[in-house]
Design a binder for this molecule. Structure first.
Ligand code: C2E
Ligand code: MG
Ligand code: MG
Ligand code: MG
Length: 283
């Protein structure tokens, strides 16, 4: 898709270049090349835990880019760029593929009930053949569909209802799980929750950050947990950094958490060493 900064083609020759720094333009080019050549993108893995048992319940994959000159880049540096340029389609497909391939490897090593979650960008959802692509990936990797979860943001759901609903239904028909990421930060009314067959609400980190000192955020969290409960949805909190937060969440009925308290996102080897203990022993 073409870049759309203001809809004004003249800007290409004036402030457009000014606004898009040389570095941005270079990054765009590099992104394109990296996608063609492969090998520069890497998934980090962040575990999700049940605070009642400290059991590992799932894994979120988070992309990084090992840029040859700039080093390890976080998604904030290049996902927006990938979205603007349309490269997100190819990049996002790689993420789903690699998530499924890696999870199947761990599945074969005994992690048979771990769900792997991949983040999806709004643009990926505008592809009418997304579900077909996901079906193809599941078939090729052999990962059971119920062990794949896709994390979507609320804004995506509000912005393009028809195609989104169709795609979510197709994904659900495959057996894939759907989670609403950064829940509570979108502009949405909650009405969509009754129409969209989602499985999980993921409470945004911004509510967790000061939940122990800010009564309003604590109240919002309680409300989200109650909402999830009455709609029969799973609920998980992201960005949990302290024991106090985890305890308070559990007291309100949110038992699944993800955050630095338990673990940062890890590269594949350290993740395996810590969380796939059977990987060297069993088969
Ligand atoms: P997200 O999906 O909401 O992911 C959570 C972000 O919070 C991750 O940042 C994670 O490293 C960070 N995080 C987790 N626990 C804690 C904590 O306890 N404290 C703090 N301070 N941070 C924590 P990351 O990896 O930089 O990713 C940022 C965002 O980039 C993600 O937010 C997601 O929206 C996007 N993203 C990451 N990977 C992908 C991808 O493969 N595809 C797409 N489309 N987007 C991605
Ligand atoms: Mg996420
Ligand atoms: Mg999130
Ligand atoms: Mg977030």
């Amino acid at each position: 898709k073409a870049k759309d900064y203001s809809g004004n083609q003249y800007q290409l020759f004036s402030d457009d270049i000014g606004e898009r720094s040389i570095e941005q333009i270079k990054l765009e080019n590099d992104l394109f090349k990296a996608l063609q050549h492969g090998g520069e993108f890497e998934l980090y893995y962040q575990p999700k835990f049940d605070v009642r048992s400290d059991d590992l319940v799932g894994i979120e994959t988070l992309i990084r880019w090992n840029h040859p000159e700039f080093g390890l880049l976080s998604p904030a540096r290049f996902i927006p760029l990938a979205e603007e340029t349309g490269l997100i389609t190819a990049l996002g497909e790689w993420v789903i593929k690699e998530s499924c391939r890696q999870m199947k490897e761990w599945y074969d090593k005994g992690c048979t009930d771990l769900v792997v979650s991949a983040n999806l960008s709004p643009q990926q959802f505008q592809q009418s053949d997304l579900a077909a692509k996901v079906a193809g990936i599941l078939e090729k990797t052999g990962l059971p569909p119920q062990l794949l979860e896709l994390e979507l943001t609320e804004n995506l759901i509000v912005n393009n209802t028809d195609q989104t609903l169709k795609t979510i239904r197709e994904l659900k028909d495959l057996g894939v799980q759907i989670s609403i990421d950064d829940f509570g930060t979108g502009y949405s009314s909650l009405g969509y929750l009754k129409d969209f067959p989602v499985d999980t609400l993921k409470i945004d980190k911004s509510f967790i950050d000061d939940m122990t000192t800010n009564a309003n955020n604590a109240a919002i969290i309680k409300t989200i947990i109650t909402l999830a409960d009455s709609l029969n949805l799973n609920v998980i909190a992201e960005g949990v950094e302290s024991r106090e937060q985890a305890d308070l969440l559990a007291r309100h009925g949110c038992y699944w958490i993800q955050g630095y308290l338990y673990s940062r996102p890890l590269p594949v080897r350290p993740f395996e060493e810590r969380y796939v203990p059977s990987h060297s022993k069993r088969s």
